[in-house]
Design a protein around this ligand. Structure first.
Ligand code: CMC
Length: 433
């Protein structure tokens, strides 16, 4: 972060002005540091949805929304998707550099050592209804980790932070797989630490104790890739939620549970599930025009889920990779014609030429194709967002770690434009109209 000039704001009708430092990052637009604007001018700034507000300094992920670029620690997502693995990406996000062979081995061992859950957590699952949504279970169980791992809750102790990070990255696949097993009434499968990260997750999700189970390596690679694509995404809603919760000094397990809750909404991670619901409702290519009429009707509140993004005004680079992976996975599974994929591709084709979407720069995002892959891999719709949460946990922890180490970090405490009643006197009940 470096000073690159200043911007002066003057208050019309007064002689007051404020000279604000302009800060430059490595790439991206300059940022006006408005911290002294209230002292200088007595005014707040207003930016609902934070469309023009940098909430923090970060060295982790960069997005150029106009060009459709996504970098983790400077590395393009396309290169990481092709050449790396999820655990290597996890190391990169957490530590800033790709690991050498010894560091990669040590990190891998660190994650493997923590995959089991405290046995008492099994009992915790029994408190949920059998039909509980896996995201509801994940919010609860991840939050409950803070009641089980007291020995790593001191956020000011770097060793505690390190162990908590390992614990969460290692345990979220187990937590998510068990949420599914609980839904379907099958025994919980314990992790097998000789398996890779994505492989282990697929094993715990699919296997049953009565049968041997071998994870399909092509599907394990596809799962690993999906995890890489979802690992981090700058200051999105759930990451900002984690940072805001963390800014109060809350423990990391509680912060990640807050992130999971935020991810659940259909405007964010819940979109992958919503896309499939919507494709199911549309049902057939012939119904696309009627559906698009509804989307364009402002009174209908219908959206084309999996399209549009606050930052990308071009193709989401993750969506391109996801689309290619979708074809590979369906090919591997011997699915020659998938009606949902055909419907999605036709919908995409029509939308990309429709003036409503073109003029608003609405392109497919990561969620448009991920649901189709996950469905083909045998995941129920309710697991889609849970898988997103498993993958994003590493991004949340990296961002939380960065925030704790940031000397500029303060409690997050936005202000408001108050438009309610001005001060008035209490009226006793017998004198009210
Ligand atoms: N379908 C139809 N119209 C849309 C869509 C959509 N998916 N997305 C945006 N618009 C319209 C919106 O109605 C508005 O139109 P107008 O200017 O006439 O009022 C215009 O495009 C600008 O949209 P916005 O609501 O101001 O954009 P935003 O930055 O506040 O919202 C978004 C971004 C992702 C929440 C939104 O595009 C959306 O709801 N998309 C569908 C849900 C979705 O796919 N979410 C996943 C996002 S990527 C993964 C993740 O973050 O988890």
């Amino acid at each position: 972060m470096s000073g690159i000039g200043s911007v002066t704001i003057s208050l019309d009708g007064s002689n007051k002005s404020s000279k604000l430092p302009l800060i430059g990052g490595t790439v991206g637009p300059p940022v006006a540091d408005i911290r002294k604007i209230y002292n200088d001018l007595g005014i707040f700034t207003y930016d609902p949805g934070y469309g023009a507000t940098a909430s923090c300094e970060s060295k982790i992920t960069y997005i150029d929304g106009d060009e459709g670029v996504l970098l983790y620690r400077g590395y393009p997502i396309e290169q990481l998707a092709e050449k790396s693995t999820f655990l290597e990406v996890a190391y990169l996000l957490l530590n800033g550099e790709l690991p050498n062979a010894a560091e990669a081995k040590e990190f891998d061992t660190g994650v493997r050592m923590h995959t089991m859950l405290h046995e008492q957590l099994r009992v915790f699952y029994n408190g949920f209804r059998r039909d509980a949504h896996p995201m509801a279970v994940m919010c609860g169980v991840v939050g409950a980790l803070s009641a089980f791992y007291h020995d790593s809750l001191d956020i000011n102790n770097p060793e505690h932070r390190r162990i908590s990070a390992f614990r969460m990255i290692a345990k979220v696949p187990t937590i998510a797989a068990w949420a599914h097993k609980y839904n379907v009434g099958q025994p919980f499968m314990y992790p097998q630490n000789d398996l890779g990260y994505a492989e282990n997750f697929l094993y715990m999700f699919n296997a049953v104790p009565a049968e041997p189970y071998r994870v399909n390596p092509i599907l394990a690679r596809a799962m690993d890739l999906i995890m890489i694509l979802h690992a981090d995404h700058e200051q999105n809603a759930s990451t900002s939620t984690v940072r805001l919760a963390g800014s109060t000094g809350a423990n990391p397990f509680a912060c990640i549970a807050a992130g999971i809750a935020s991810l659940w909404g259909p405007a964010h991670g819940g979109a992958n599930e919503a896309v499939l619901h919507k494709l199911g409702e549309i049902g057939h290519v012939k119904n696309i025009p009627t559906f698009l009429e509804q989307v364009k009707d402002k009174n209908s509140k219908v959206k084309l889920m999996g399209f549009g993004h606050r930052v990308y005004k071009n193709f989401d680079p993750r969506a391109k990779i996801m689309q290619a992976t979708c074809h590979q996975v369906l090919g591997e599974l011997g699915i020659k014609h998938d009606p949902l994929l055909e419907l999605a591709m036709e919908l995409e084709k029509i939308a990309l030429h429709d003036d409503y979407f073109v003029s608003r720069k609405l392109y497919p995002n990561v969620d448009f194709y991920s649901g189709i892959i996950l469905k083909a891999m045998g995941f129920p719709l309710s697991m889609f967002t849970a898988l997103f949460a498993v993958s994003r946990t590493v991004g949340w922890i990296s961002q939380w770690q960065e925030m704790i180490a940031d000397p500029e970090q303060r409690i997050g405490r936005p202000r408001q434009i108050y438009t309610g009643a001005a001060q008035r006197d209490y009226v006793p009940l017998d004198r009210r109209d």
